[in-house]
Design a protein around this ligand. Structure first.
Ligand SMILES: Nc1ncnc2c1ncn2[C@@H]1O[C@H](COP(=O)(O)OP(=O)(O)OP(=O)(O)O)[C@@H](O)[C@H]1O
Length: 407
C-alpha cells in the first residue's frame, strides 16, 4: 500500500530494496528473540515518501553503505549524541515484545533487569538514516528530547549506538496512544477533548518557549499515562527555531499539516497550533476536516478551498476555539498558550499540570479494559489505511541538515 492507502507502484528495484530491509529486520529481531508477525512489512510510510521526493540519485544503496564507511566513521558520525556501546545489551535488557513499526525501525518493549523497569526502545538501522539523509535530524530528536522536561512531554531515558544501530529508549506507556482509543470510541465528548486540549496546549506552549517546534502533532504521538493523561512523544521531526526564525521543510503527517507547511514555508511555531486544531476536530467528530490526500500539492489545494465551518453539534465556545486554531493565516491564528487559556471553552479549567491530572481519565481507563483494545493497538503490524508520512521536497533537504537555524 502507498502512503495514500492505495496500492503503491513500486518498481522491482524498490521491491528488492525493501525486502532486503524486511528480511534484515526479521533476522535482527529473531536474533533478539522477538517473533515478527508474518503480515509485518518493515518499509515505512515515511520511507516511501522519502524515496519519491528527496533521495538524491547519488545516494548509495544499502549494501554499499555498509562497505563504504569505515567502522570508526560509522560510529563517529553519530557521536556525541549517541554514545557507543558494544552490544544491544542482552545482559541488561530482556525483550518483552514488539510495540509498533516505527518510521525507521521497530519499537520494542524491554525490561531493564537491574532496575526492574519497562521501557520502549526505538531501534534504528544507521544505514536507513544515511540512505535517507537524515543524520542531523536523528541527532536533533535526542538533543531536543534531552533538553525538555515537562509533565506532559514524554521523557528520553537513554540513547546509544552499536555498530549498525541507534537505540532511543523512553519509559514504556502501557496505556498506549490516543489514536488507539479514538479508533475504539469513534469520537470523544467535549469534556474529554477539553482535558487533552489543555494538556497538549500546555506542552506546546512549553516547547515553543524553548524555541522547539514539534512538527508532527497527531494522535499516534500522544501517549497516555497509567491514569490516561497525555505525554507528547516522537520528536523525530522536531527542530529548534529561534524567535522570529522560519522553517521551509515540508514535513509532518499530511492531514495534520498547516497550509504554510504544505506550501513549503516559510512557517514557524504557529504550524503546531494548526495541527492541534486538526487533532481536536478529529477527536470530536471522528473524522478529519480534510481527508488525507496522496501528496502535499493535492492536500494544499483541498485545504485552501475548504471553509472550515464548524459542525452544529459543537458548543459555541468549542467552535470558536477551533475557528481560531484553524485560521489559514498563521499570524492571525491562535498560536500562544496565553491566548489558548483565555478561550471561553477553558473557563474553569486549571492550566496546572497537577490539577489537570488530579482525576484519572476514566473514559480511557474504561476503554483500556475492553477486549478489542489489543487488536486496535497492534495496528503497527498491519498496513494502515491512513498516510502517516513525511514528505520533503528536494529544495528543503538542507533545512533538515541544518536543524539549528536557517532555511
Ligand atoms: N514509550 C512508548 N510506550 C508505548 N508505546 C509507544 C512508546 N513509544 C512509541 N510507542 C508506540 O509506537 C508508535 C510509534 O512510535 P513513534 O511515533 O515514536 O515512532 P516513529 O518511528 O516516529 O513512527 P511514526 O512515523 O509512525 O510516528 C506510537 O504511535 C505508539 O503507539
Amino acid at each position: 500500500m502507498g502512503a495514500d492507502g492505495s496500492k503503491s507502484s513500486k518498481n522491482p528495484a524498490q521491491h528488492k530494496e525493501e525486502s532486503h530491509y524486511s528480511s534484515g529486520w526479521r533476522g535482527f529481531l529473531s536474533s533478539l528473540g522477538v517473533s515478527v508477525p508474518s503480515g509485518l512489512h518493515i518499509g515505512s510510510r515515511r520511507m516511501i515518501q522519502h524515496k519519491r521526493t528527496s533521495v538524491p540519485e547519488c545516494v548509495p544503496g544499502p549494501e554499499k553503505l555498509h562497505t563504504e564507511w569505515s567502522l570508526p566513521n560509522f560510529i563517529n558520525m553519530f557521536l556525541p549524541e549517541f554514545p557507543h556501546r558494544n552490544v544491544p545489551g542482552h545482559e541488561h535488557f530482556q525483550i518483552l515484545g514488539y510495540v509498533a513499526k516505527g518510521s525507521f525501525g521497530p519499537i520494542l518493549k524491554v525490561k531493564d533487569k537491574s532496575k526492574q523497569k519497562t521501557y520502549a526502545v526505538k531501534v534504528i538501522p544507521k544505514s536507513e538514516i544515511l540512505r535517507l539523509g537524515v543524520l542531523d535530524q536523528s541527532k536533533e530528536e535526542v538533543i531536543v528530547q534531552r533538553q525538555v522536561c515537562h509533565p506532559f512531554v514524554h521523557d528520553l531515558q537513554d540513547c546509544w549506538q552499536t555498530q549498525h544501530h541507534l537505540y532511543i529508549m523512553c519509559e514504556y506507556c502501557s496505556t498506549g496512544d490516543l489514536y488507539t482509543y479514538w479508533e475504539m470510541i469513534g469520537q470523544f465528548g467535549e469534556d474529554a477533548v477539553k482535558v487533552f486540549a489543555a494538556e497538549l496546549g500546555s506542552a506546546l506552549g512549553f516547547l515553543h518557549d524553548f524555541g522547539i517546534i514539534h512538527r508532527d502533532i497527531k494522535m499516534e504521538n500522544v501517549l497516555l499515562s497509567d491514569q490516561g493523561h497525555l505525554r507528547l512523544a516522537d520528536f523525530g521531526l522536531s527542530r529548534r527555531l529561534e524567535c522570529g526564525g522560519r522553517a521551509f521543510t515540508i514535513c509532518g503527517t499530511i492531514q495534520y499539516m498547516a497550509p504554510e507547511v504544505l506550501s513549503g514555508g516559510p512557517y514557524s511555531h504557529a504550524a503546531d497550533w494548526w495541527s492541534l486544531g486538526i487533532l481536536l476536530y478529529a477527536m470530536a467528530t471522528g473524522k478529519f476536516p480534510v481527508p488525507p490526500e496522496s501528496d502535499h500539492c493535492c492536500m494544499l489545494r483541498k485545504v485552501r478551498c475548504f471553509p472550515y465551518e464548524m459542525p452544529r453539534s459543537f458548543s459555541p465556545p468549542f467552535a470558536l476555539l477551533l475557528t481560531e486554531l484553524l485560521c489559514k493565516t498563521p499570524t492571525r491564528r491562535l498560536r500562544t498558550l496565553e491566548r489558548l487559556k483565555r478561550q471561553t471553552f477553558f473557563r474553569g479549567t486549571p492550566f496546572d499540570s497537577q490539577l489537570l491530572q488530579k482525576s484519572p481519565m476514566d473514559l480511557i481507563l474504561e476503554l483500556k479494559k475492553r477486549p478489542d483494545r489489543p487488536a486496535k493497538a497492534c495496528r503497527g503490524v498491519t498496513l494502515e489505511p491512513f498516510p502517516i508520512s513525511i514528505s520533503r521536497d528536494s529544495s528543503s533537504n538542507s533545512t533538515l541538515r541544518n536543524p539549528s537555524g536557517g532555511p
